[in-house]
Design a protein around this ligand. Structure first.
Ligand code: DON
Length: 424
């Protein structure tokens, strides 16, 4: 059987294709010459499934979509504080190529506009091997070796007048200390790295997957770096259309003037669209339409209220304990975070007077417990034990490894409820 997902993606493309609105970017001569009708779409899950539609193998230059990835590499290399000292994280509400700096500090407002990205580029490594590091880093995000479109590079380098002006402004304020023209050349080369729509979806999926490439399994950057990058993509990735994007689409995103558009939904998917005609903000017109449809049809808006807390306790029931007496079993499921753990604690506290001595937490259907939920569950086990209860964990998948609650308290761990009950 063929997966319905590529068929759905193809249907979305068919619905968006008639829109010929917008213009290809013409301030970079080489981009003005592209076929404006190109159109591709790719959706990649965090566990590496790739669903494609259209010409998802066609090459184009990454342009501003390089910015979040180079920002990630700079933070990974220097640490967040060092990067924040040079580039702020506030939405500018201005066009991507505005000549603007934060009053007083000389910092660009954020790393998604050109001023910020030019500074971030200089933070990606020492001048001698900076570009090699950028190329290697972006290749790791894509999971294959990328290269540079030399024609687009030469074309933009010859006409990047605004970027030379921005770099000179940054040099004047001391925000960069290198030769402004050389910095713009490096940044322009970064923008001229060639990708496909499939590459972009995998790069986005690496962000959605906490910095680990879904297929190569390389940890390209830490999850704390990813959180910073996705936050800035959310507030600044779509420039002066960020508010409209966040409310209507709700997926951390970044666009590029060659017509690429990526979105990374944490824990779920990386999505990429490519279609060269742009709106007045510099975003792909069809790409935006694609994302609006996917967000609506597939409920991908990041603010959609999930209900993990309510669902954490799948059921509670009582079994006869193997050593006599009753045991109360809490069968938990899903991915447990703060609210889910709080739900469990609340239930235990509210039933404190009626709980039998033997308590069983069945984690067989739990696939993840984050660090906060782990601390909370271990603490409630400690308190229950000090109050005279005996807690057993059913944890065949070691979802709560080394369950040491401190104070010498350690629950028994077994592989199935049958091991603690007479009549499982
Ligand atoms: O610096 C520039 O103007 C281009 N190399 C990149 C701009 C860009 O992609 C803006 N995004 N939509």
């Amino acid at each position: 059987m063929r997966s319905p997902i590529p068929d759905y993606l193809a249907d979305v493309m068919t619905a968006c294709a008639p829109d010929e609105g917008g213009q290809v970017a013409d301030y970079i001569p080489e981009l003005a010459a592209v076929d404006p009708d190109q159109f591709a779409l790719c959706l990649t899950t965090v566990d590496g499934a790739i669903h494609e539609a259209g010409d998802s193998g066609a090459h184009f230059t990454i342009q501003s979509i390089s910015k979040p990835f180079v920002y990630a590499l700079a933070i990974q290399e220097l640490g967040l504080d060092a990067v924040l000292a040079k580039v702020d994280v506030e939405p500018s509400g201005e066009a991507f190529n505005e000549l603007s700096l934060e009053e007083g500090s000389g910092r660009p407002l954020n790393p998604m506009i050109n001023a910020g990205a030019i500074v971030t580029h200089t933070l990606a490594g020492p001048p001698a091997d900076r570009f090699d590091r950028v190329l290697a880093g972006l290749s790791a995000f894509a999971g294959r070796p990328l290269d540079v479109d030399e024609s687009v590079y030469a074309s933009e380098a010859a006409t990047a007048f605004r970027n030379y002006a921005i770099a000179n402004m940054l040099r004047g304020h001391g925000t960069i200390t290198e030769d402004p023209a050389a910095v713009v050349h490096g940044y322009t080369r970064q923008c001229a790295i060639r990708v496909t729509t499939k590459d972009m979806a995998l790069m986005a999926a690496t962000l959605a997957n906490g910095g680990v490439h879904p297929i190569t399994e390389e940890e390209v950057v830490d999850d704390a770096v990813v959180r910073q990058v996705l936050s800035v993509m959310t507030t600044c990735g779509m420039y002066d259309a960020a508010g409209d994007w966040l409310t209507t689409v709700g997926i951390p995103a970044k666009s590029g003037v060659s017509g690429g558009l990526i979105g990374a939904l944490p824990g779920q998917v990386g999505i990429a669209a490519f279609s060269p005609r742009l709106d007045e903000h510099g975003h792909s017109v069809r790409g935006e339409d694609v994302f609006r449809r996917l967000s609506r049809d597939m409920e991908l808006h990041m603010m959609n209220a999930a209900q993990p807390a309510r669902a954490t306790i799948r059921r509670t029931h009582t079994v006869r304990h193997a050593e006599g007496g009753d045991a109360r079993v809490y069968a938990l499921h899903g991915s447990i975070q703060f609210a889910g753990a709080e739900r469990l604690l609340r239930d235990l506290v509210s039933r404190a007077d009626e709980l039998p001595t033997e308590l069983v937490f069945d984690l067989s259907d739990v696939h993840a417990i984050n660090a906060t939920a782990r601390r909370m569950i271990l603490e409630v086990i400690r308190r229950l034990t000090l109050e005279g209860h005996h807690v057993t964990l059913v944890d065949p998948g070691a979802t709560l490894p080394e369950p040491d609650s401190g104070s010498g308290v350690r629950p028994d761990v077994v592989g199935s409820v049958g091991e603690v009950s007479r009549t499982a």
